[in-house]
Design a protein around this ligand. Structure first.
Ligand code: MRU
Length: 354
């Protein structure tokens, strides 16, 4: 997608280095980081330089490729297993991370000879990135069929192109419709505590010229009660086999509000987010992050310094679950690159076979 008119992917690989837009600095500064080793790339996933299910999956695939390029000939398999464990241990909830690590490892194991294994790792990592971008683009086409000539969307967190290699999921139909000349405007929730809506979604929508308005998370109920929203679109970090969805904390509340106000509630995701081995949302590991993310916040001063400030009394403690689970029964449909389906086991298994 475009940043100041130039096309970028969120994460890519160049001469053995993994390049990524440093999302910790947005919207204040646009910088591209360069990670030389799989350990550095794993750390960038852990510290949220790159974040969002698809983007961390792509970064994880590239990290595995870096590990394969650097692994010694003797002890190659052991080094790859170690790298897989390191990368898999960075964040627990997004299925795409594990999908990428497992897929690269399988391809490496299937190739014979170390140089073929190195090539298989790089080719697979690149395929994961390309497929992620293509899935986002297709989700845009599929999802925009829900829009009339003039549509108001409410979204939560950032499920735009920053959260994937390109295009995104929940925002992909918005970008498609906007580029096709339909009137679409977006209400974006701030998304406490990390502010992915305020910092990332608002920035992305500005770059694409999509009309948008930021609301505090707590304003969603009031907004829906006023009847101002046609459709709610969110992303997913993991979809269980029964259709339950783990997504950014606050999604469940929004789904309950949507039901109360009879507003369609769609989850957009690539099939790489679906975990058929996970029977229901109760089994999805929910990441708990440091309470300082709730107690402190980061912003920019009038003289341009990016600064962290405490917004709470000293000594107060906080809970910081990064995700929650929305039961399948509250979801109107899943928007995938293979069509819009019900959040039900039969439909989910059927699209995974396509
Ligand atoms: O904790 P993050 O920023 O990595 O959150 C993941 C997400 O981007 C959201 O939950 C999003 O809505 C899912 S779509 C990738």
């Amino acid at each position: 997608m475009r940043v100041n008119g130039v096309s970028y992917r969120t994460v890519w690989m160049e001469d053995g280095a993994v390049k990524m837009i440093d999302q910790r600095l947005l919207p204040f500064r646009f910088e591209v980081g360069s990670l030389r080793t799989h350990q550095e790339t794993a750390e960038a996933i852990r510290n949220m330089t790159v974040r969002g299910a698809g983007a961390i999956g792509v970064a994880a695939g590239y990290a595995m490729a870096q590990a394969a390029l650097a692994a010694p000939e003797s002890g190659f398999n052991g080094a790859m297993n170690q790298a897989a464990a390191l990368i898999s241990g960075t964040r627990p909830t997004a299925r795409n991370l594990f999908y990428a690590v497992e897929r690269v490892l399988e391809e490496v194991e299937a190739a014979s000879g170390v140089s073929a294994k190195r090539m298989a790792a790089s080719a697979t990592a690149q395929a994961i990135a390309d497929e992620d971008a293509a899935a986002g683009e297709r989700i845009g086409e599929v999802g925009q069929s829900l829009f009339g000539d003039s549509t108001t969307v409410l979204t939560h967190c950032n499920a735009g192109w920053l959260a994937f290699a390109d295009w995104g999921t929940a925002l992909a139909p918005v970008y498609r419709a906007h580029r096709d000349g339909k009137h679409v405007r977006v209400f974006a929730t701030e998304t406490r505590p990390r502010g992915q809506g305020a910092k990332l979604t608002a920035w992305e929508l500005s770059q694409e010229g999509v009309p948008h308005t930021l609301i505090p998370d707590a304003a969603s109920g009031h907004l829906l009660r006023q009847g101002q929203v046609n459709v709610i679109l969110v992303g997913a970090d993991r979809i269980a086999a029964n259709g339950d969805v783990a997504n950014k904390i606050g999604t469940y509340t929004l789904a309950l509000l949507a039901k109360a106000h009879r507003v369609p509630f769609y989850v957009a995701a690539p099939t790489t987010t679906i975990d058929l081995n996970c029977p229901s949302g109760d089994r999805i590991p929910i990441e708990e992050r440091a309470d300082e993310e709730v107690l402190w916040t980061t912003g920019i001063t009038e003289d341009g310094q990016i600064t962290r400030v405490r917004t709470t009394p000293e000594g107060t403690r906080a809970c910081n679950w990064a995700f929650d689970v929305t039961p399948a029964a509250l979801i109107t449909g899943l928007i995938t690159a293979r069509g819009i389906i019900k959040a039900e086991p039969k439909a989910i298994h059927a699209i995974m076979r396509l």
